[in-house]
Write a protein that binds this ligand. Sequence first.
Ligand code: SAM
Length: 238
Amino acid sequence: MFIPLQKLKEYALSFGVQLDDTALERFDIYGKLLAEWNEKINLTAITDPEGIALKHFADSLSVLRYCEIPEEARIIDVGTGAGFPGLALLISRPDIKLTLLDSTKKKLGVIEDILKNIGLEAEILHSRAEEAGQNKLYREKFDIATARAVANLRELSEYCLPFVKPGGRFVSMKAAKAGEEIDGAEKAITVLGGKTESIHNFELFEAGERNIIIIKKISPTIAKYPRPSAKIAKNPLE
Ligand code: SAM
């Protein structure tokens, strides 16, 4: 056993998530592979088993406490990196139809290896979010878009909201002091067809403050968004 599985089980339970033996075994394999791959590719600064259990796995699972995920929901994790929160959500909810998007190909190679080893399937999408959001195969096709540690909420909304079907949700995970960032993104969220539905501030045990922002898609996104990356960076929506 690599990950402290009893602890992980308790963290998950605190979010109302029951992890069965299969899920726990998959988390253990995932954690071990993450630490191994991290010696070759820089994936994460957190490599100790306790840190992975709390700051990666439990943090990712906290989404389930605040956002109801319908059975077989189609979910895209934008800027997934080493799979957070998307792959952790898939382990706890193998019914979801998951797409893992990142612009860094080598990280997606690691995810492919992890998926193979834990025996689960997900779509791997190597693209910038701004480009995939203009592709009709992905635009407004998802019930939920998630993102953790990818960009400022204002830019991130332009990356993520175009993927979400009207009626669906964009779930943004932020660490401490997110208030100002949330205020600064309100206008962009409205322009992109979203509406902030709820903001959940909580302590992730000894890891400290976390925020989960749930944005509902209330109308389709205007065709010109997302704009090319240079435009988003130069001229953020405000
Ligand atoms: N979500 C993961 C986590 O919380 O551990 C990874 C976070 S990492 C700091 C940010 C990731 O977002 C990187 O893997 C990067 O390649 C990806 N990324 C940043 N901007 C992106 C964009 N515009 N489109 C796709 N991926 C992007």
